[in-house]
Unconditional design. Structure first.
Length: 295
């Protein structure tokens, strides 16, 4: 299976203890079965510590977070004790994989970086040029089916439109709407706040951001955000056929993030949006349904 990544992907690296929003805090961390078996074979006091720090339930195993929601192996300096003791290869799948996501096609996998990671957010927002997909590994022949070819062509067309500097940012967004037959809901800042406050809220900081929402102000970063959301979510249309809704979501999310910058820098707003929306199936579905209904 061939693996493709956005052209900026190789530049990504975890910033570890320099991260202000550690993925080792506030998230349930599942331990996959092969890694659990590996941990059970670790001898000595560290093996005992591993066993005492993992809850093995009928729904699967996970690390037992402390009262502040921290992973039991995240030290006070923000570094991972498992890596320090056993090496990176000892990490469970979710820890070694984060913040990556995957889109699967018949003969290729596209591997991307999730915006919920602050290092990934900085990298994505830094891109001035249209992202290209490059082959990371694999040399198998590819024969995408008709639907996949259409997705690839549509994505390329919309990325070209988003990065066409012959038009203003606002004109680019309007051209994409017109090309796809999309009409984004016209709501005031207060009305959008009300929409988002009806969704599941994972962190109190998100609620505070919504309280300081401003008016939309698309800028040079909006096409970069649109490209991210499009590349991540458009392939889902191969399963549900909701291409228009997914494109509308990519447009809306890219624009809406600009309304959150009144109280926080853009990378932090983008990261928080991704964390609250993309990592909640219910929240993502609610927005897709809204955009599908009102668009």
């Amino acid at each position: 299976m061939n693996i493709y990544v956005p052209s900026y992907y190789p530049a990504f690296s975890c910033i570890a203890d320099k991260c202000r929003h550690s993925c080792c805090i506030g998230w349930e961390i599942d331990v996959d079965a092969p890694t659990l078996e590996k941990y059970r074979r670790v001898p000595g006091s560290f093996g005992t510590r591993l066993a005492e720090s993992i809850a093995d339930t009928d729904d699967g195993a996970h690390f037992i977070l402390d009262a502040k929601g921290r992973c039991p192996f995240l030290d006070q300096s923000g570094l991972c004790v498992i890596i320090r003791t056993l090496g990176k290869e000892a990490l469970c799948d979710i820890c070694s994989d984060h913040p990556r996501y995957r889109n699967y096609f018949s003969d290729r996998v596209e591997l991307g970086l999730g915006l919920c990671c602050e290092a990934a957010a900085e990298l994505i927002l830094f891109q001035e040029e249209k992202p290209e997909f490059i082959r990371l590994s694999g040399d198998a022949p590819e024969k995408p089916d008709v639907a996949e070819q259409q997705v690839f062509c549509l994505r390329e067309l919309l990325l070209d439109m988003a990065f066409d500097r012959g038009f203003s940012v606002q004109e680019r967004l309007e051209r994409i709407e017109a090309r796809c037959g999309i009409c984004l809901p016209e709501k005031t800042a207060d009305e959008w706040r009300n929409v988002y406050e009806t969704l599941e809220i994972l962190h109190d900081d998100w609620r505070k951001l919504l309280q300081n929402i401003g008016e939309a102000k698309p800028d040079i970063y909006t096409p970069r955000l649109f490209a991210y959301f499009l590349c991540r979510h458009l392939p889902g249309g191969l399963s549900d056929g909701r291409y228009q809704a997914r494109i509308a979501f990519a447009l809306h999310a890219a624009i809406f993030i600009s309304t959150l910058t009144k109280a926080t820098p853009l990378p932090d707003a983008a990261r928080a949006y991704s964390e609250e929306i993309e990592y909640s199936d219910e929240n993502l579905e609610a927005l897709l349904s809204l955009l599908e209904k009102e668009g």
